[in-house]
Design a protein around this ligand. Sequence first.
Ligand code: NAD
Length: 336
Amino acid sequence: MDSQHLRPASPIAVGVLGFGGLGQAATRVLAPKAEMVVVAAADKQGYVYSPTGLEPQACIAAYRDRGSIGYVEPGGVLSQHSIADLVTSAPAVQGYFLALPNLPNTFMASVVQQFIASGWQGVLVDALKRTSAMEQIWALRADLQAAGITYMTGCGATPGLLTAAAAIAAQSYTEVHSVKITFGVGIANWEAYRATIREDIAHMPDYDVDSARAMTDAEVATLLDRTNGILALENMEHADDLMLELAGICDRDQVTVGGIVDTRNAKKPLSTNVQVTGRTFEGKLSTHTFTLGDETSMAANVCGPAFGYLKAGVALHQRGQHGLYTAAEIMPQFVR
Ligand code: NAD
């Protein structure tokens, strides 16, 4: 089939908010792609904008060696209001990937409110994890629609890729009994993904989002020394449950999420998978299992889907479909 008609005439201009583990990986994921170009990025201390596209290695070097992409030359600006300043200085950006920490648990919703108030119109994509955080975004859906923003929520790996896989797997059944997500993450060094690790610690017994947020890096390192670098997580508060309930697939209490994170080894401690159990129209009980390849990293499984949903979001936005969508109700589009 000729797929030329699926290709946009010019690359989609993308911004990346947050330039830690996922933000940096995002620029590398898009580097070989023709249909999307990263033209803008922000971290906590600054931002950079280049209408013709950012140079990933220069951005990563500035962030690593000097602490902010605000030092990138040319185009870098130091700012304590980097998101607001970038949004007003980068009119060409059609969509942003929000690779930001959700610490405190209200942070992402506050950023979304900032976008709504700014008058900017386009596509926003998040890889939000907590159910209670997504409920805050859900409460903003009418405001997003009125503002002309198409917002795609829960578009990482879990929630995201695995939730969408569950929505597809459910189609074989007349009733869905359970969705069980089990993830394995291997990262060589926890400091490459500080927010991800702090947010995971917040799911451990005796911790919550505020106490995990307040931990110093040394305290996180001490905790990881005690566990030999392993975080074992079960019954996590993960928005896959809300997304599958909103999509009408099952009740949220039928969805469980847990996993193991090894912070000292890039090899996954177990194969990430989703198991969807249900009953067919003939009365047969069965389980579909979708397993990710062990060689695929967390960054690949989050950033790939995020941009696939961003591309789908641009198509919706161009048709005047604004408001809030989840990864369980829209099919991501492949970015070439
Ligand atoms: P990180 O700690 O490595 O980086 C965070 C970045 O955000 C840093 O560059 C920091 O400077 C920037 N930042 C912080 N506050 C800011 C502000 N006010 N304005 C602008 N920039 C700001 O984070 P990470 O480990 O890459 O994780 C990012 C998010 O992705 C986390 O919330 C994590 O939970 C989420 N995540 C989701 C999935 C999924 O599958 N859905 C998987 C992994 C991570």
